[in-house]
Design a protein around this ligand. Structure first.
Ligand code: IMP
Ligand code: MG
Length: 171
């Protein structure tokens, strides 16, 4: 493994993910929630977050076209895999690794709102607020980060480094 600088350690991530899970548990007390993970980057976040949500919960996954092997987003979003079930009447929480330009989540919000969910919220582990092109906000944010390219804890650079336990900066 090359020397990558750690931005958030596994301990820092674990603490923050537990806090978000506790917040979601409080916000949806007595209700059911459906967590929709955006493949593949959010898979690890969803699996950890879900275990801190003490509610009746189900999982689903959605997949959109990604950056490919580049660091820059082309701006075009395509749906590669839709949810398996209708989200009508459900408390949906979209679980995403990074909120960057906002194009992906703006698109996914539109797709999911068409299902007429009871509620729709976004949980993003990281938020690059300065990069926003679409004015979208996440209800739950792990950490705000500067405009740097990060990997680990599910996030990749050209499909690599997803398995790093810490979140690191690509130089
Ligand atoms: P947006 O549509 O620009 O908000 O892009 C969000 C998606 O871009 C995220 O789901 C990530 O998959 C990817 N992305 C944005 N920044 C990074 C990064 O620093 N590392 C890895 N993936 C990133
Ligand atoms: Mg992603």
């Amino acid at each position: 493994m090359p020397e990558l600088k750690v931005l958030f350690s596994r301990q820092q991530i674990a603490t923050r993910v537990a806090e978000i899970g506790a917040q979601i548990t409080r916000d949806f007390q007595g209700e059911q929630v459906t967590l929709i993970g955006v493949l593949k980057g959010a898979a690890i976040f969803l699996s950890d977050l879900s275990r801190h949500i003490e509610l009746d919960a189900t999982f689903d996954f959605i997949s959109v076209s990604s950056y490919g092997n580049e660091k820059q987003n082309s701006g075009e979003v395509r749906l590669l895999k839709d949810v398996d079930q209708s989200m009508e009447g459900k408390n949906v929480i979209l679980v995403e690794d990074i909120l960057d330009t906002g194009l992906t989540l703006t698109y996914l919000t539109r797709v999911l709102n068409a299902h007429k969910p009871k509620s729709l919220r976004i949980a993003a582990l990281l938020d690059k607020t300065t990069r926003r092109v679409q004015p979208i906000k996440a209800h739950y944010v792990g950490f705000e980060i500067p405009d740097e390219f990060v990997v680990g804890y599910g996030m990749d650079y050209a499909e690599r480094y997803r398995n790093l336990a810490d979140i690191c900066v690509v130089p």
